[in-house]
Design a protein around this ligand. Sequence first.
Ligand code: RP5
Length: 260
Amino acid sequence: MHLKCRDTEKPYLRSEIHRVEVPDEKVEWTVEWASYKPTVYTDPSTNNKPWADKNIGEATFKWNQIDGKTDRRSHTGQYVIDDYGYPLNPMGRTGLRGRGVLGKWGPNHAADPIVTRIHKGQLQFVAIKRRDNGEWAIPGGMIDPGEAVSETLKREFTEEALEGVTNKDIEEIWKKGSELYRGYVDDPRNTDNAWMETVVVNFHDDGELLECAEFKAGDDAVGVRWINANLPEKLYASHEYFIELLLKHHGISRPKMEYD
Ligand code: RP5
């Protein structure tokens, strides 16, 4: 069940708009809620951007299909279009309608590379600090139109954690990846009609390829560092869950914490 995209405490990113509170039992669209009338918000800064969709009614959209250069298929299966022509978030209500700050109606596809190493006996992954909200995150990003996921994974890591600078040694790391997840992301930008989805792939450096890499935050990142995977750390969107999958993949169990 999505939680971060139902947060009513903070205003929605770059706005003064608050979500309507959606109680757990009313998240699913199949639960009747006649008086549900959340604010409709599409960030004005997305208007007329080449990467953003037009308003519903001003263009035709091929839902659940590849639509020109936009992949409107969801990893979660077929999503529903409501009576007014808007795609409905497959995880249910979020307390906000419209496209928010996202570019696409329906699924917005991203890719997340988890680059890892063993350091002093600990599994570590590379994290970046996001410019938009200051949270630590996996250095993922949006898939460009027509781009292969494998390219996005490489490109986003290079832009955000290496400030665009790569070399032959670092390139080696992209040769072996293990997919950990493919699906919906509980991203704070999600709305009832636009949401994030991702493919998460682990690239493990078992040959010290990254030992001499010069990590430097670039593009949408303002910080970069190695984080011990088995220590609890607050991360952006569903990224804590992706780290749990990473630990499982490496056969590591996280020590039980007081709050568990
Ligand atoms: C998250 O947003 C994904 O998991 C990915 O890490 C990220 C992509 O968005 P940007 O970083 O490009 O804003 O939902």
